[in-house]
Each structure stands twice: as C-alpha cells, then as structure tokens.
Design a protein around this ligand. Structure first.
Ligand code: HEC
Ligand code: HEC
Length: 515
C-alpha cells in the first residue's frame, strides 16, 4: 500500500472505531482533565495554564512524538511504554510519577485517552518494540572502550568532555518545537528522563529521544560501525560518569578540624579528608518575580577549619562560564520560553553568582531568620561571590535589601572547569565587627543556606535557585590531654551522673526549705 492509501485506510478505520473508542476513554478523560490538563492542556497540545512556567514544556500529545520508548527512532511508543512513563514520571522535569496515585486500570484509561489526541496511533496501529539483547558485564577495559566510543561518536559535542552538558553545541540546542533544550548532564543520572540504570541508558541510545536533538544510534549497529556489545559498553561508561548512588541529603555539614592551615586551592588533597555534602536547590517561587527554570540544581559542599579560619569549598555544575557571549542567544530563548521573563534584558550578559547565608549571630534557641534573605526582625549575613566581581560580605533584611559590608576578611578563589564551578571561601572564625558579622564557634550547629544564579540562563535578582536552611558544625579540637582510657571515661561519666543527681537533690532541698 502506498503511504496515501495507508492514511486513507487508517482514516476509514478511525471513522469506524471512533464511537466505541470514545466510550473506552470517558474515564480517561475525567482523570486527564483533573490531573493532567493543567500542564498538558485540555486539548492535549501541551499548553495548559501552568505550561508557560516550564522548561522543558509539557508534551504536546497531538504530535505523536514521545521520548521514552522501546520502539525505533521515529516510531510511536507501545502502550507499555506509555504506562511506564506515566507511572515513573520523567525525572529531571516537571512530569511527576503517578504510580501511587492511580490503579492499573486508571493508567490504562489515561493511556487510551492521550493516544486519542493524535491520529497517528489509529493510522499506524500497534508499534513493535525493538529487540534488546542481554547486558554484558562491564570491566575496566569495557569502560575504556565505552570512553573511546564516547569520543569517536562525538557525544561530547553536546554533552561535554566530562558529560556535564557543556559541549560546544550545547548553547545551540532546540527541540522540534523550537524551545531551548539542555544537553543532559550525564554526571547526574538521577535526572535522566527515562531512568538512570545502564539498561535505561542503553535503550535511549538505541531509540533516541524523539522530538529532541538526542539522536538514535541504532544505525551504527545496523551499518556494522559498532557491535551491540559495544553499545552496552558505551551505556556503562555513561553510567560511570555519575556516582554509584544518588547523593544523600544530610541536615548537618560537618567542618572537620585540620592540623596546620586550611587549604586555599580547590585541588588541594586536604579536601579529600571530608566527604562532599549534597544540597539540592529549587527555583525561587515564593516571591515575585518567581523563577521556575533554575540552571543550578544542587551544590556539593566540603568544609574544613583549623581553629582560626573556616574554609568552604562549593562545587556546582554549570555548562556555561558566564558571562559568555556564546550563550547570549540561549539566554534570549529562555527568556521567551519561561514566564515571567527574567527581569534583566536578555541582551545583557549576566555573571554566575553564589551566596552563602548565615544568621548575623549564632541563635541560642531554634529560631532562624526567614530563609529568603531574612527580614527586619532577623537579618542575615552573606558571603557573596560572582564570576565578574569576586567575593565580598553583605547583609540583608529581606529579598532585594542586600547591602555590601565594608572591609571584612572574606577571601575566595574560583575556577570553572569542564562544566563545573568550584569556589573556595575562607574567613577567620572571629568576626571583625560582631554587630553585622557572624563569629564562628566550634561545637555548635550554625544555620547555613545557599543561593545560586546561572547568568547564561538569564538569572539575576530574585530569579535564582534556593536551598532551605541547613547547619554547619565546626568540629571541636581533639583534646590535647593524654589518652583517656575507656574505663576512666566511664568513671568520669558515672561521676558526672552522680554530680547531676546530687545537684538536683540539693535544688529540691533548697526549694522545699523556701516554702
Ligand atoms: C506539573 C506538570 C505536569 C503534569 C501535572 C503532568 N505532566 Fe506529563 N509531562 C510534563 C512535562 C513537563 C513533560 C515533558 C518532559 C520532557 O519533555 O522532558 C511531560 C511529558 C509527559 C509524557 C511524555 C512521555 C514521553 O515519553 O515523551 C506523557 C505520556 C505524560 N506527560 C503524561 C501525563 C499524564 C497522563 C498526566 C496526568 C496523569 C501528566 N502527564 C501530568 C508535565 C506534567
Ligand atoms: C546533538 C546533540 C547530542 C548528541 C550528539 C548526543 N546527545 Fe545525548 N542528549 C542530547 C539532548 C538535548 C538530551 C536531553 C533530552 C531531553 O532532556 O529530553 C540528551 C540526553 C541524553 C541522555 C539522557 C537520557 C534521559 O533519559 O534523559 C543520555 C544518557 C545521553 N543523551 C547520552 C548520549 C550519548 C552516549 C551520546 C553519544 C553516543 C549522545 N548522548 C549524543 C543531545 C545530544
């Protein structure tokens, strides 16, 4: 049959099948209108009332283009593919997972309903999934082979040498609907839209992600350029760019006490003494102007002190070393895509920025300043760094009230390499001016929070990425006294216990004698 005949035949089938189908999809429509339409639009065209705040935008179901498939490039997804993506969601995007929300039947109804938005499912019938072979083991040699292929096939052109989405083509990428699209950061597999396991990555390489610049590489196997096994090695190599586990988020950042001076350079091996603490960031969506498409989604933090100086090493992934003219056009696209458009003119090159926030004094109780730069009752003390003006201290009593502090002893060294910034801050523990500036002390939990701006993403002012409050705890020095035997320690503890009981009894006696 010619293509035109197929379409005519399909249309005829569609005509016959439509009334029955409408019945099947009635429950799907109800669920869809309630749970999906705000993003995907009542008409399925991806333009719901919330869509303009998102990057990537919600899927336009009328195009029949789907990213997470087991079918060949350019083909429709299977029902099982749609069930899976609805249940699991698309990590790294606004698309939530619905597994705990809906029964299997409800998900099937939703699948029937969203397929209805495009004629292609009726026209072309059930698509065939590709055959995927078994995954071979991957040793060091296999990973090296994967790396060789990564270079040879030029994945780095979009994803960058270390996979952080900073390749030379990255600032030019748009999806099929002309929206800007980031080359995925391959070193954070928990954000992969279709899952971060080796088999998920392998499938994306075989099928491509239709509607985006991410190609399918199945033809390289078909043409004999590489074997299926080598494709698995490439997938295993991509997996190896991320840590074995998604970093755990912990409330307290421990600043280890070091002998001698704290390191000033980012690459000093002394930093290896402490593990990195991961702090996730989200768009600032509380106060106007809100920001829904933050460029920075997390920070890796290490802290050390030497009894006199605190050193903080903050690393984050950012594919652009702003202000970078190569990203100016991209900045304009983001401004057109995400509403409300950034305050700043898209024609202005903006710097990257980082702010570390503390209270102005160590709180005695549980009270902390308002996490968004404090308020008039409880102001905050800030360490600010920007890629065009270096580091300085500041003070704020609410968003937009920031005032720089004169003098001060804060210093910082920064470097951008292969899609990541590292900034090392140093400041003496004792403050020069205790009225505005925090004095650090060991042995107490001190509130700490973070803000980050990606200039090339059009971020400035309140349009930034924010964290909630965490704590930093400067370890106490190991006592200089000689070794205390465990038995002696027990006796001391027991003695302290006796002391506590004795004092409590005395207070009781004193109390009763006063009555
Ligand atoms: C908060 C917004 C939001 C809601 C609510 C939402 N989605 Fe999505 N959805 C998205 C976004 C954004 C994408 C596109 C992500 C991308 O392109 O990487 C998407 C993509 C999809 C896709 C495409 C998957 C693929 O392989 O390309 C399907 C299917 C989907 N959504 C189904 C649903 C269904 C069904 C519901 C309701 C139960 C729903 N979505 C609710 C935001 C949303
Ligand atoms: C022309 C640019 C381009 C090239 C070349 C390219 N990619 Fe991608 N890749 C993308 C884009 C853009 C995305 C993000 C798609 C999205 O977010 O929907 C992506 C996403 C991915 C993802 C994430 C999948 C997921 O589930 O979210 C992986 C893994 C990946 N690419 C691996 C590779 C590998 C390996 C190569 C080389 C064999 C490669 N890419 C070549 C542009 C490219």
């Amino acid at each position: 049959m010619t293509r035109a005949a197929t379409i005519a035949f399909g249309l005829a089938l569609w005509w016959i099948a439509t009334p029955a189908l409408a019945q099947d999809t009635e429950r799907g429509r109800e669920l869809y209108d309630r749970w999906c339409a705000e993003c995907h639009g009542t008409d399925g065209a991806g333009e719901g009332s919330a869509a303009a705040y998102m990057m990537p935008r919600p899927r336009d179901f009328t195009t029949g283009l789907y990213q997470i498939r087991t079918t060949a490039n350019g083909e429709l997804p299977t029902d099982a593919d749609l069930v899976r993506v609805i249940e699991d969601g698309m990590p790294g995007t606004a698309m939530p997972g619905w597994e705990s929300k809906f029964s299997d039947d409800e998900v099937r109804d939703l699948v029937a309903y969203i397929k209805d938005f495009s004629d292609f499912f009726e026209l072309f019938g059930a698509p065939e999934p590709l055959e995927f072979g078994d995954r071979p083991g991957a040793d060091a040699e296999a990973l090296a082979e994967g790396r060789r292929l990564y270079e040879q096939i030029e994945c780095w052109k979009c994803h960058g040498d270390r996979g952080r989405g900073d390749g030379p083509s990255a600032p030019t990428l748009q999806d099929d609907l002309d929206f800007p699209i980031r080359a995925a950061d391959l070193s954070e597999n928990w954000n992969f839209n279709g899952g971060g396991r080796v088999q998920d990555i392998y499938r994306r390489l075989r099928t491509g992600m239709d509607g985006t610049p991410m190609p399918s590489f199945s033809d390289l196997i078909d043409s004999g350029f590489m074997t299926d096994e080598q494709m698995w090695y490439l997938a295993a190599y991509v997996r190896s760019l991320s840590p074995p586990e998604r970093p755990r988020v912990r409330d307290v950042i421990a600043a280890r006490r070091v002998e001698g001076r704290v390191p000033a350079a980012a690459d000093d091996s002394a930093w290896n003494a402490v593990p990195p603490y991961y702090v996730p960031l989200v768009g600032q969506i509380i106060e106007q102007p809100r920001w829904f498409a933050p460029g920075v989604d997390g920070l890796y933090i290490r802290a050390l002190h030497d009894g006199a100086t605190l050193a903080l090493r903050v690393t984050w992934h950012d594919p652009s070393q702003s202000p970078d003219p190569d990203w100016l056009e991209w900045q304009g696209w983001v401004a057109e895509t995400v509403q409300p458009a950034p305050e700043a003119e898209p024609t202005a090159l903006l710097p990257d920025r980082l702010v570390v926030q503390f209270p102005t004094a160590i709180p005695t109780g549980r009270e902390r300043p308002y996490f968004l730069m404090g308020d008039s009752r409880r102001p905050v003390y800030l360490w600010e760094w920007s890629s065009d003006a270096g580091a300085h201290e500041a003070w704020a009593s609410g968003l937009g009230t920031r005032a720089p502090l004169d003098g001060g002893d804060l210093s910082a060294a920064a470097e951008w390499e292969a899609g990541a910034w590292t900034v090392v801050f140093q400041r003496p523990l004792a403050a020069a001016d205790t009225a505005t500036t925090l004095s650090f002390r060991s042995g107490v939990a001190i509130p700490i929070a973070f803000f980050a701006w990606d200039g090339s993403n059009g971020e400035s002012g309140a349009q930034m990425a924010v964290s909630s409050w965490y704590s930093i705890y400067l370890e106490e020095p190991t006592p200089k006294t000689v070794y205390v035997s465990p038995v002696l320690a027990m006796l001391v503890t027991a003695g302290l216990g006796v002391l506590v009981v004795w004092r409590a009894q005395r207070r009781e006696v004193e109390g009763s004698s006063q009555q």
